[in-house]
Design a protein around this ligand. Structure first.
Ligand SMILES: NC(=O)C1=CN([C@@H]2O[C@H](COP(=O)(O)OP(=O)(O)OC[C@H]3O[C@@H](n4cnc5c(N)ncnc54)[C@H](OP(=O)(O)O)[C@@H]3O)[C@@H](O)[C@H]2O)C=CC1
Ligand SMILES: Nc1nc(=O)c2c([nH]1)NC[C@@H]1CN(c3ccc(C(=O)N[C@@H](CCC(=O)O)C(=O)O)cc3)C=[N+]21
Ligand SMILES: [Mg+2]
Length: 286
């Protein structure tokens, strides 16, 4: 079975459209999201364009700030300070990666935690770690849990979840969310020994590696639920660019119980969860 992320994202946006209208009616607040893009990167630009379009479709205000590649860290910090102080801006997202001369950790720390719709600020990751309320939770991990539940239902307790990848934006937070769902969680990474055997234990396998066709059919427990986070641009047989995940989709699909496709899986859910976080931030900031 293929888990349809495009449909799940459309369903979530429909709910958000209603919530946005309600917020406007009750409080006179229209949630606003500002995306900051530094430098030119074709992939980022496509992605930012999608975000802007979908933000407006659910009735929210969307702004995009494009800065040149040679923007200094101090200049970017000044932009963020303005956005932090702007009451019409409820959510701030700085598109990553940033140019090398800018320290990402400094930038992430400079966003007001209650406007940090990526959920990358230490205040939000700390709240998530401690299980405290009010955390803005990273979008891709939220999307992974929603897609998992779409197939397995609300109760994931006792299932063995294996996460491949330990980045701050995907691997670590998705592992914390799975733990919160009472899964038994294993986090694998580039130093993991016997990765195939580790993965064979997984009822739920989350692949966030960044390598095309990395996860093999022989690693999969029959019937397992596979969430493929990877976004890899490769060339097909005819030299045409195409998008694939981290999982050898065709062969794994024959063994597993359910799998998310790329494109059309986690990606669309990431954007829908960004809109969800912006609505949550608008509630936090009044
Ligand atoms: N669909 C979406 O919305 C999103 C998709 N992505 C995609 O997800 C993928 C992962 O992103 P991100 O977490 O940022 O990537 P990172 O490069 O930050 O992390 C990759 C992780 O994979 C691990 N890894 C690398 N090689 C191996 C290996 N041979 N065996 C086991 N583990 C390995 C690394 O281990 P170690 O820590 O030891 O180096 C690291 O923890 C990328 O393809 C990215 O494009 C990312 C964000 C959103
Ligand atoms: N501050 C920040 N926050 C992020 O969340 C963030 C980021 N920086 N930098 C880049 C990564 C990557 N990422 C994706 C989100 C959606 C799709 C997506 O919608 N993908 C579509 C396909 C899009 C296409 O065709 O290119 C799909 O999978 O169906 C892809 C990738 C968010 N990221
Ligand atoms: Mg950098």
């Amino acid at each position: 079975m293929i888990i349809d992320g495009k449909q799940a994202a459309a369903d979530l946006r429909k709910i958000l459209t209603i919530e946005v209208a309600q917020l406007k009616k009750d409080k006179g607040v229209v949630p606003g999201l500002t995306v900051v893009l530094v430098g030119e990167d074709p992939a980022s630009e496509v992605y930012v364009r999608n975000k802007v379009k979908q933000t407006r479709e659910v009735g929210m205000i969307s702004n995009e700030i494009k800065l040149p590649n040679d923007t200094s860290e101090a200049q970017l910090l000044a932009v963020l300070q303005q956005l932090n102080n702007d009451d019409a801006v409820h959510g701030i997202l700085v598109q990553l990666p940033l140019p090398k001369h800018i320290d990402e950790s400094v930038i992430i720390a400079a966003i007001t935690p209650n406007k940090d719709v990526d959920g990358f600020h230490a205040m939000n990751s700390g709240r998530l770690l401690n299980g405290e309320p009010g955390a803005l939770v990273p979008c891709t991990p939220q999307g992974c849990i929603m897609l998992t539940k779409k197939h397995l239902g609300e109760d994931l307790s006792g299932l063995h979840a294996v996460v491949i990848g330990r980045s701050n934006i995907v691997g670590k937070p998705v592992a914390l969310l799975l733990l919160q769902e009472n899964c038994t969680v294993t986090i694998a990474h580039s130093r993991t020994k016997n990765l195939a055997e580790v993965c064979q234990q997984a009822d739920i396998l989350i692949a966030a590696v960044g390598r095309a066709h990395f996860v093999q059919a022989s690693w999969i427990k029959p019937g397992a639920t596979i969430i493929d986070v990877g976004i890899n641009r490769i060339e097909d047989e005819n030299g045409k660019a195409k998008l694939v995940g981290d999982v050898d989709f065709a062969n794994v699909a024959a063994v597993c119980g359910a799998i998310t496709p790329v494109p059309g899986g986690v990606g669309p859910m990431t954007i829908a969860c960004l809109l969800k976080n912006t609505v949550a931030a608008a509630r936090l900031n009044g």
